[in-house]
Design a protein around this ligand. Structure first.
Ligand SMILES: [Zn+2]
Length: 322
């Protein structure tokens, strides 16, 4: 065997062993999740928050949110666990909230803080097998899903679809921010539908104005960037896609999520009950002192106990395998 082929052989062997270990780690995670669920061993609290951010002190003036402050707020608001989302695209935030920083900040609190990772499809060399290798690194660091995916491309951009396919292979949740700048689409969300078809193993979680405006029929592309008021018109893409695809969920966080269920309160309550298996409590909490209307509004609706349990925590634990 030449030195060159020996080197190639041993590298391949190393890769195979590494992949076997990774597969074992994934299987262990699933077993642990099921065991924890069966034993009811989750941190105390009424909610799992599918959408928070840790943020740094930065010149642009937005108040930061430290790990300690986030955990303190979670205790106050009865939030047992929260998904902490990086922001890696230039359109997503005024500085990068990197994957590595989110892993570092959450490392000592993984019983309550669940890190996701993200990849921008426009980054150099993000294609083909490289995506799988990047995700392997993030899995080793603790990532449990992709998001907040918030890049300035169409939702069905070829690079996005490659990333979603890799998440489909991992059976991962993918949290999408959609509006008229990030993950753009047309009225009726045909681009999102192409993504759902391309990555049937992924669990997509819709967030932001592009997704939530589509709870109602949308005729003008501009509406995908707004907070429409008044009665929900029949024919919305949210219900159409939920009916047709089992792998699309809705994230109730932020002004967009709250607006969707409060703009037409009768529809909102009926929608929450009808889609109780597909909706996830969330806040988009990212700064100390931030007002979050979701707690009070959802309390006021006085939803049936089983609907509350699903939306507030059980759906999230199911898709996170916890
Ligand atoms: Zn967010």
């Amino acid at each position: 065997m030449s030195d060159q082929s020996r080197d190639r052989f041993s590298r391949r062997g190393f890769h195979r062993r590494a992949m076997a270990a990774l597969g074992g780690a994934l299987a262990d995670g699933l077993v642990q999740g099921a065991a924890r669920a069966a034993a009811g061993q989750h941190p105390a609290g009424k909610y799992v928050d599918i959408h928070v951010h840790l943020t740094q002190d930065w010149v642009a003036g937005q108040a930061p949110l430290s790990t300690e402050a986030l955990l303190g707020w979670m205790d106050e608001r009865q939030v047992a666990e929260a998904v902490v989302l990086p922001l890696v695209s230039p359109e997503s935030w005024h500085y990068m909230v990197s994957n590595d920083w989110v892993f570092d900040q959450t490392r000592a609190h993984r019983d309550r803080l669940i890190p996701f990772c993200d990849i921008d499809p426009r980054a150099t060399y993000v294609k083909g097998k490289a995506i799988g290798r990047m995700l392997d690194r993030y899995i080793e660091a603790g990532a449990k899903g992709l998001g907040e995916h918030k890049c300035g491309t169409p939702i069905d951009d070829a690079g996005n679809l490659d990333i979603f396919r890799a998440c489909s292979d991992l059976k991962w949740p993918v949290l999408l921010h959609m509006d008229t700048v990030r993950n753009t689409d047309e009225p009726g969300l045909p681009g999102l539908e192409r993504a759902l078809q391309a990555a049937p193993g992924a669990t997509f979680i819709g967030h932001a104005t592009g997704w939530w405006s589509s709870i109602s029929a949308v005729s003008d592309r501009k509406e995908l960037g707004g907070y429409p008021t008044g009665p929900v018109k029949p024919g919305g893409a949210v219900d159409r896609l939920m009916e047709k695809y089992p792998n699309i969920y809705g994230d109730l966080s932020a002004g967009s999520g709250l607006n969707a269920i409060s703009r037409d309160p009768d529809f909102g309550r009926e929608f929450l009950i009808r889609r109780a298996d597909r909706l996830l409590f969330g806040t988009d909490y990212l700064a100390e002192g931030q007002q979050v209307g979701q707690f009070e509004f959802l309390d006021r609706l006085d939803l049936p106990a089983d609907v509350q349990a699903k939306i507030f925590r059980d759906n999230a634990r199911r898709i996170l395998n916890r």
